[in-house]
Design a protein around this ligand. Structure first.
Ligand SMILES: [Zn+2]
Length: 147
């Protein structure tokens, strides 16, 4: 569905849209194809994988430092995937455990399944030998709003 990534004019990723939506943006000339599927075209356009806005859009989170942290937000950001095993995740893990001063921030929390959460316990990923599959980031408003 949401197959096409939209980049801001400065190449900062904003959000994903459906192919139809992306094509509409191309027709309206608010965006241009930034990266295309090789050897595929849709009408006059190469099949877009990534489109880039023609003019810069000011996003709220650039100024506010991002949406307020929430457990639900972390799960949505991480698409309910465990940061350690990739399985379905319903709990939040603190990368630096809260017992050791780890805080509730976007960069210190990841979605984790119950098993991995328990296995990791009061250890860092390095201590537990459980590398993160991705690095947690501050989500954009759009990222949190779309699901
Ligand atoms: Zn897991």
């Amino acid at each position: 569905m949401n197959a096409v990534l939209v980049l801001n004019a400065d190449l900062g990723p904003l959000h994903r849209v459906s192919l139809r939506h992306a094509l509409r943006m191309l027709w309206r000339q608010v965006a241009v194809v930034h990266e295309a599927e090789p050897d595929q075209a849709i009408g006059v356009f190469p099949m877009p994988k990534v489109v880039r806005l023609v003019s810069y859009v000011v996003t709220r989170w650039r100024f506010s430092g991002g949406p307020t942290w929430s457990r639900r937000g972390v799960l949505v950001r991480d698409q309910h995937r465990c940061a350690y095993c990739g399985g379905a995740a319903y709990t939040i893990d603190h990368v630096l455990p809260s017992s050791r001063g780890g805080r509730n921030t976007w960069l210190n929390t990841v979605a984790a399944c119950g098993g991995c959460n328990q296995r990791k316990g009061d250890r860092t990923p390095a201590e537990a030998g459980m590398p993160l599959r991705y690095h947690p980031a501050v989500p954009s408003w759009a990222m949190l709003a779309k699901r």
